[in-house]
Design a protein around this ligand. Structure first.
Ligand SMILES: NC(=O)c1ccc[n+]([C@@H]2O[C@H](COP(=O)([O-])OP(=O)(O)OC[C@H]3O[C@@H](n4cnc5c(N)ncnc54)[C@H](OP(=O)(O)O)[C@@H]3O)[C@@H](O)[C@H]2O)c1
Length: 317
């Protein structure tokens, strides 16, 4: 495969995998994939190599490995994975490593997958939601947004990408409809009657490919993407249709969600409250038609369900 090399952090995962597969599926598109992974022997890394990607060993905590992995590339797609360690400090250190390595390699365009620093909307002294770890409202958002400026400070031409809730969380993150006491299916989501922007995880990478194909016109800007904005009731209605069984929507109170006890429940409870309380901002920042212009294959929730409903881990009736 020849073309401008895009070094992809997270190529073995959801977001980066979507980008890698989008580039590999378009051999005449003028781009080539360099997949970065800590484990080139994993099944996902081997599958990428089989599909035509260059696979290289790199760790976003290790600057020398990142400089090697970025050398000679045109651009990079960069992310961090908060849920692997639950540490804002680790994420932010990794961003600094990636930015310094991108500068050393002279990359022409980086896409940084980020999220809002919610403290710009909900200052720490706003007691509508608890402050977490002493200095955050939504740690996995705030930590990313707080270091968006690191790329520009390092002199790296960067587009900041605001992503959306993956509908794939209904498969992999325990957010699928659960059976209630009466045996009926219930979608438990703390979104009240507000709209939640969502996206098929693979579409994030496909939209990123659309950004790279546009050249560098978005450098210095934020681009927000989603495949659709749905209330919990609308999601439950679409699930009912796709599963062929009624799914009720349960608007879980934020405090109840924060108290569920699984790791990160308080972070996610605050996240949903932020999306709920600032619905106009949050949906407006993630326009569907502009996302579709970047990625004509963009899936709606209904289209995603048509492909994926069978993968939801629904308990039998
Ligand atoms: N779930 C959602 O709804 C949602 C929505 C928006 C944003 N996000 C954000 O998405 C991020 C995770 O992205 P994802 O879902 O695409 O990840 P994922 O599918 O969980 O996979 C994680 C990827 O990150 C790579 N990675 C992690 N640590 C690394 C390291 N130290 N060095 C090199 N590579 C590393 C892994 O590569 P190897 O293991 O192969 O090394 C793997 O490809 C999180 O920060 C989360 O906040 C999630």
């Amino acid at each position: 495969m020849s073309g401008k090399v895009i070094a992809i952090v997270g190529a073995t995962g959801a977001q980066g995998g979507g980008l890698a597969h989008a580039i590999l599926a378009d051999p005449d598109g003028g781009f080539a994939v360099r997949a970065l992974t800590r484990n080139p022997d994993s099944d996902a890394a081997r599958a990428l190599a089989d599909a035509g990607a260059e696979v290289v060993s790199a760790d976003i905590s290790d600057q020398a490995s990142m400089e090697r992995a970025f050398a000679g590339a045109y651009g990079a797609f960069c992310l961090t994975n908060f849920w692997e360690h639950f540490s804002v400090e680790t994420e932010q250190a990794q961003v600094r490593v990636m930015a310094a390595a991108a500068k050393a390699a002279g990359l022409k365009h980086v896409i940084w997958s980020t999220l809002e620093d919610t403290r710009k909307w909900v200052p720490l002294d706003d007691d509508r939601m608890p402050t977490l770890q002493g200095k955050y409202k939504v740690p996995h958002f705030d930590g990313k947004g707080e270091v968006d400026g690191v790329w520009a400070e390092a002199g790296v031409p960067t587009t900041c990408l605001y992503t959306s809730f993956y509908w794939d969380n209904l498969i992999h993150f325990g957010m699928h409809p659960q059976r209630g006491e009466d045996g009926g299916l219930v979608l438990n989501l703390p979104m009240g009657d507000r709209k939640l922007p969502g996206i098929a995880a693979q579409d994030i990478g496909r939209c990123a490919y659309g950004i790279f194909k546009q050249g560098t016109s978005t450098v210095g800007q934020y681009v927000g993407i989603s495949g659709g904005h749905y209330t919990g009731q609308e999601m439950a209605d679409a699930l009912s249709e796709a599963l062929g069984e009624p799914v009720a929507y349960n608007a879980v109170p934020f405090d109840v969600y924060r108290g569920l006890g699984f790791p990160g429940a308080d972070d996610l409870g605050n996240m949903f409250q932020f999306k709920h309380d600032f619905e106009d901002y949050f949906t407006g920042r993630r326009p569907v038609e502009a996302s579709r212009a970047l990625n004509p294959e963009l899936l709606s929730f209904e289209a995603w369900l048509a492909e994926n409903a069978k993968r939801l881990p629904i308990d039998p009736a």
